[in-house]
Design a protein around this ligand. Sequence first.
Ligand SMILES: NC(=O)c1ccc[n+]([C@@H]2O[C@H](COP(=O)([O-])OP(=O)(O)OC[C@H]3O[C@@H](n4cnc5c(N)ncnc54)[C@H](OP(=O)(O)O)[C@@H]3O)[C@@H](O)[C@H]2O)c1
Length: 276
Amino acid sequence: MTGPLFIITGASRGYGRTLTTLLAKSNLATQHSTFILVARNLDDLKTLAASLQTLPNPLKIIYEVADFSQSDLDPVASSVLSVIPLQEYSAVYLFNNAGSLGPLKRIRDQDAVDIEREIRINVTAPLVLTSKVLKKFADTVPKTVVVNVSSLAAVQPFDCWGIYATGKAARDMFHRNIAVEEEAVQKEQTQSSNGPRVRVLNYAPGPLDTAMQDQIRETMPDIPLRQIYIDMHKEGKLVKTEDSAAILVKLLEEDTYENGTHVDYFEVGPAKVCET
Ligand SMILES: NC(=O)c1ccc[n+]([C@@H]2O[C@H](COP(=O)([O-])OP(=O)(O)OC[C@H]3O[C@@H](n4cnc5c(N)ncnc54)[C@H](OP(=O)(O)O)[C@@H]3O)[C@@H](O)[C@H]2O)c1
């Protein structure tokens, strides 16, 4: 029997961990689902895998330790692909979720070593991994879905977030481009709309109550933006990972989003749902 394949980077903690759990409980996952969990921290991946095994749906869970800050990302991405069981899949979902804020300071104060590392984690790694996933599955699996966990910083600059925002903007454009390219490929390969298809979504999950926000409050220079995030945390205004991930899963289940688009949690989140 075939089922869907889910590859989630940055699954060990924070948003990726919650998203993985909700995906496993969602209508997207059947009992023949395979989950590939990717991050650096093996213990966290094992803990998540153990908790997924307790779900009523029997899932195949595989974890792979990968460090996206490595200078040669080809073997890193190849080893993620190498752990995927050889079988037929009904759909493939790749979540480019892993991300890093890097040192939060102005560009004039950044070091080249840090800039290069952050671009590898936030840009090169998802590009290389996505390229390999498309090569392997896009022509044969009925549906391939690539989700970029984006950010407001992809479309808006923030003081002291220059490296992170640059990475997020590049990632968004990369994913938008895949949507255009893969639609072109589909037109070339099949004259009908029933052939394999690739769907792409850039989803900005909102300001999440995760370690990334701890880093903002703890390490950012004392500028007005830092105080905004301290206040949001104090006032309980950060978004719960469960709420944001539930919206993303719903978008994927409905599958009506414009291919390659950027959707922000606040455009479609609970407040919006209540209004309509
Ligand atoms: N938190 C927010 O307010 C917010 C807002 C908008 C967008 N986002 C985006 O949401 C995504 C998840 O962020 P989060 O809030 O969950 O952050 P987080 O709690 O810091 O988690 C980051 C994840 O990325 C993985 N990761 C970090 N560096 C890595 C590396 N070098 N190689 C491989 N994996 C690495 C981490 O796993 P290991 O440490 O185990 O490797 C972890 O699973 C990111 O893309 C982030 O940009 C977050």
